[in-house]
Structure formats: C-alpha cells, structure tokens
Write a protein that binds this ligand. Structure first.
Ligand code: ISL
Length: 573
C-alpha cells in the first residue's frame, strides 16, 4: 500500500481574493465574500483552499508585494476576518494554505524603509545594495546585466544613498537577502504567526529564487535583441537554496503538521526537482513545476508565439508521473493559476461548439493523475479567457501591459498590435484573474457595486455557477463527479501508477494512459486533444465499464468514438 498523507489526498481550490466575491460593493473581492462561499467550495469537492496573497500591500503586483506579513490588506478585511475564514474552513474540514512571498517584500515594508534609509542602516544587508558600474562613456550602469522578469533592468537606482538595489520583479518588489540570518529568522517568525492562527501550510512563491550566486555575475547573452539578459543561471536554485529550505523545515514546518508546495520557476529537470521533493531530502512536500503552464510560451518570451501540441503535454505528464515514484517524491497536479491564460482556452478549446466537452475532458485529465490536485477558481465551471475583442485598456495586469508597451515603443506609435493582443488573449495573467461568474446579475454577481476592479468576462450570462449548479450535464456537475470518483478510488487515482497506452504514445491527437492501484484496479483514460472526431481502438480493454456517462459510445465494441475534445474514463472493477 502507498504511504498516505492528508496533504497528498487534498483537492486544493485556489482563490484569487480580488476576484472571488465582493461583499461590500467596492468592486474588489474580500474575505467576508470568501467566507460566504465556503459551502460552495466544499460542494465542488475541494478539501483545501490556497489563498493568493491577502496581506497588507500597495498592490503593485496584486499583493505579491507585501508591506506587512502580519496584517491584512484593508479592502480585503482584517486579521479577525482572516481568523474567521480559517475557522470557517476548519469547521467544514477544509485546510487553508497561505501564499508565502518572501523572496521579496514591497518597497513599503518597514524592513525596506529601514534598509533604504542609509548605507549604515542595521538592515542595509537585508536587501541587495550595490554600487553602480560606470560605462565607457562615463554614464551610470546597473551592477550587472540581469533583466527583470517584468521587463527592463533587475536593478533600481536609489538616489538617496547612491546605490542600486536588486528587484527581480518590479522595482517596488526589492529582493530580500536570504544569506542574512536575521532575514531568515524574521521571516520564520512571520510564518509562525499564521501557523499559530491555524493556517495549514504555504504555497511558497518564487521559492527557488531565494539563493543568489554571491557574486551576482553578468549573465550570458541569450537574447541579443535585449539590453538585459536572463540571470536565471545565477539566481535560480542557487548554491544555498537547499540549506535554506532545510532550515525552514526544521525551524518551522516540523513544529506544525503543515503542507508545503514550492513554486519552481526556471528549474525543470528531474534531478534538480528531486532535490526539493525526494522523501529522504526532508525539504518540501511538492512543487509547481512551470513546464505545464508554459507549453505555448515563445522561445525568448512568454508572449512570443508558440503552439500547444499534445506531444508536449504527454511528455511533461509522463515525466513527472513516472519520476516521483523513483525517489518517493510527490506531484502537484495542476494546469491553471493566476499567472497565465486558462488551459481550456490554450490547450483545448473555448469555442462554443467545443467548450463544455473540452472543459470536461480537462477535468478527466486532472482528476485522474497521481498527486495533489490544484484547481483555479472558475475552472470548475469552465471559465474561459477574455474575448478576442478586448482592447489593451481592458487588461490591468502589469506584466502584460509592460510587454505591450515595450513592443509598442519598439514599433512606434500607431503600429499594428493585433499579434501582441492575440498572444495576450491566450497567455496574459488577466485571464486567470477574471472575476468569478456567479449568476446572471450585473457583473456576473461578483459585485453589487458599479465597477468591478477588472472587467468581468462577457460570457457570464451563459457561463456561471447558478446556471450550472442544478444542471446534471454541466461542467460543474461533471467536476463534482470526477472529484467524487477520485476520492472513492484514491488508490487508483491519487496514489496510482501511471502508464502510457503504447498504441497511442506517438499520436498527434490522443493522450491515453492507465492508472493502476497497488491491488490491481485499473482505470483507462482516453483524451482527444483535437477538433476532429477520433476513433480509438481499445481492443485490450473490451468489456470495461465507463465511470462517467460520457462518451455516448461504449467500450463494448472494438472502438470508442471520441468527439472533438472529448475524454473518456473506464475501469476494470
Ligand atoms: O508569471 C510568470 C510568467 O508569466 C512567471 O514568470 C512568474 O512571474 C513567476 O512564476 C513567479 O510568480 C510568482 O511571483 C511573482 C508574482 O507576480 C506571481 O503572481 C507569482 O505567482 C512575484 O511575486
């Protein structure tokens, strides 16, 4: 039998607080709004929630720029509201994961204010301060050539003390210096503050960026078109990374029965991943590897064009499903989060004729894989990306807008930007952050106020929770059934052994695999990732039973007919 744990069996529902439900009409979601929907979340089949940052923040990056780890962003509520939320979850058997953003703080955090005050500040070393370089022409240059992940240099000039500070994301998100022991201990204390209030664990933001190469060397030129280069080689999974995680684990995690999931950008290979999650490493429970969300990112940049292909998904799925058992690691199974477009619109289809079928197919894919399952709010009702008709003014996220602006500057005012908007329509972070569509009232019932903080998707009249709740054929009802099956047969799905169906391992449209429990139960998963009807030969599986109502054709004959973007799930028990 597998080694079981509550955090392995959890279905985690990601809440994007700004966009979940506005209870007071100010246009922004809030904690009381979330509290009022806990029964709904439970009814979907979730057993945990992950809250994107709710802490005090000037919101230059939607709360991923924290000014006080022990206080709540006022428009979301108070510390008491957060406590009530945790209580409300626990009463329903729902665990609570908070977003731990400690690679950087906001520039409005007290630590940074002190650090910035003078070169001799006791907290100067809490961040990365460096003298400028002087160019051949005598001009001031950043200390190295690293690019910020959000565009421009990764260094911000500070006039007052005549030095630059490192900010891998926005200038308002200075990187903390984890090599400084005081920084680490202060952070641990803030973590315990929330664990003591009952939080059950953390999603750790940008986790592998916390150890930088001590010399901060220039990065090799990989993008000759750009003045600044990706410094990932020197700031991702750096030399002391594992030392920090082990320390965090002994000093904090082990004192609580808590769950940890690290966000792992840039690092994608099996050996490096094993170092974070192999059981005998005693580091983290699981990771979000970025590969599943960047299958259609361009070679140099997210918003450059590349196409999704089922072979990529098959390779990534097989890689992690097969890898984890080798070192007794654990998968985080997911496709969507707040940093990209929705998988339905990017990897399947949100066209009216396919949308419902495709959303159900993705539910089968996610719901049958081994690991801890993460859903993004709205995924359970088949929410889709913004429509093609939205203009740049409808997008609010800084990443996409910065990119658009940089291309516009390069091309010149008035240039045709259709191609850029098209890529944003697929991949912009706004897509994952759209307000929840609850019903057919104004703004999808997300807010009773006049103006939501960001535009609600145009399709809410048709695609909303209320319309799907009692409809047996809806995406929501389908997700509920899939999650029920997953719970009923954990040994097949959560803990099962994955194996590709040989005949389809090179197919350009079908992803087919089996999941097998330690005691011989087998489930067969067939997924059609093409917009054509496909006949799938299942001779070896004849006589098996369908676990779901769909597809219409049965497995009694030699072939199963899958409609465009249709999935099927069979079992031998
Ligand atoms: O969003 C990305 C690509 O579009 C990623 O590169 C992302 O920036 C990276 O995975 C880190 O993301 C996390 O930290 C950021 C924050 O903006 C993201 O929302 C968060 O998920 C800085 O805190």
């Amino acid at each position: 039998p597998p080694s079981r744990a509550w955090w392995k069996e959890s279905v985690v529902y990601q809440i994007y607080p700004a966009s979940f439900l506005d209870s007071n009409g100010d246009g922004l979601g809030d904690l009381p709004g979330i509290i009022s929907k806990l029964d709904y979340i439970k009814s979907v089949g979730a057993s945990a929630v992950w809250l994107s940052p709710i802490f005090k923040s000037p919101q230059h990056d939607m709360g991923y720029d924290i000014a006080d780890y022990r206080d709540i962003h006022r428009p979301y509520g108070s510390v008491e509201d957060a406590e009530a939320l945790i209580r409300g979850c626990h009463e329903r058997g729902i665990k609570v994961l908070l977003d731990l953003v400690v690679n950087h703080t906001s520039n409005e955090h007290e630590w940074f204010r002190e650090s910035r005050a003078s070169k001799s500040s006791a907290k100067r070393d809490w961040y990365f301060w460096r003298d400028p370089k002087i160019g051949v022409d005598g001009t001031r240059k950043p200390p190295n050539n690293w690019a910020s992940i959000f565009g421009g240099s990764a260094w911000t000039w500070d006039e007052q003390t005549g030095q630059y500070y490192l900010s891998l994301f926005l200038p308002s998100q200075p990187d903390l210096n984890w090599a400084n022991e005081e920084v680490r201990n202060a952070t641990y204390a803030d973590m315990e503050f929330w664990l003591d209030k009952g939080a059950d664990g953390f999603r750790i933001d940008s986790m592998n960026l916390m150890s930088k190469h001590p010399d901060l060397p220039d990065a090799p030129v990989t993008n000759p078109k750009s003045e600044y280069q990706s410094g990932a080689l020197y700031f991702a999974s750096g030399p002391r990374m594992h030392e920090y995680i082990k320390e965090m684990r002994t000093k904090v995690f082990e004192k609580y029965n808590c769950m940890t999931v690290g966000e792992l950008g840039f690092t994608k290979d099996e050996d490096s991943v094993a170092q974070y999650v192999a059981k005998d490493r005693h580091e983290l429970n699981m990771l979000f590897t970025g590969d599943i969300v960047d299958m259609d990112f361009g070679p140099n940049h997210k918003y450059e064009h590349d196409s999704f292909h089922v072979s990529k998904l098959r390779a990534i799925t097989s890689l992690w499903q097969n890898a984890m058992p080798k070192f007794d690691g654990w998968n985080a199974v997911y496709m969507d989060n707040h940093d990209s477009g929705r998988s339905l619109s990017r990897y399947a289809s949100d066209l009216p004729q396919h949308r419902k079928t495709a959303a159900k197919m993705l539910a089968i894919y996610l719901g049958t894989l081994s690991g801890t399952l993460f859903l993004l709010q709205g995924q359970e009702i088949g929410m889709a990306n913004v429509p093609e008709s939205w203009s740049i003014d409808d997008y609010v996220d800084v990443e996409g807008r910065n990119y658009y602006q940089s291309v516009l500057e390069r091309r010149g005012a008035g240039a045709d930007m259709t191609d850029v908007l098209h890529e944003m329509r697929l991949k912009a972070r706004d897509n994952g952050r759209l307000p929840m569509q609850w019903n057919t009232e104004a703004h999808g019932g997300f807010t009773k106020g006049a103006k939501p903080w960001m535009r609600v998707n145009d399709d809410y009249m048709e695609w909303n929770v209320e319309a799907q709740d009692g409809d047996d054929d809806s995406v929501l009802s389908f997700w509920r059934r899939v999650l029920e099956l997953r719970q009923q047969d954990k040994d097949v799905f959560v803990y099962g052994k994955y194996s590709l169906v040989d005949e389809y391992k090179d197919s350009d449209s079908i992803l087919a695999y089996t999941m097998t429990s330690f005691d011989g139960k087998v489930a067969l998963v067939l997924l059609n990732f093409s917009d054509k009807e496909k006949k799938v030969d299942v001779l070896d599986f004849c006589g098996w039973r369908s676990l779901l109502k769909e597809p219409v054709s049965t497995i009694g004959e030699k072939d199963v007919l899958l409609r465009a973007y249709e999935g099927a799930l069979y079992c031998n028990w």
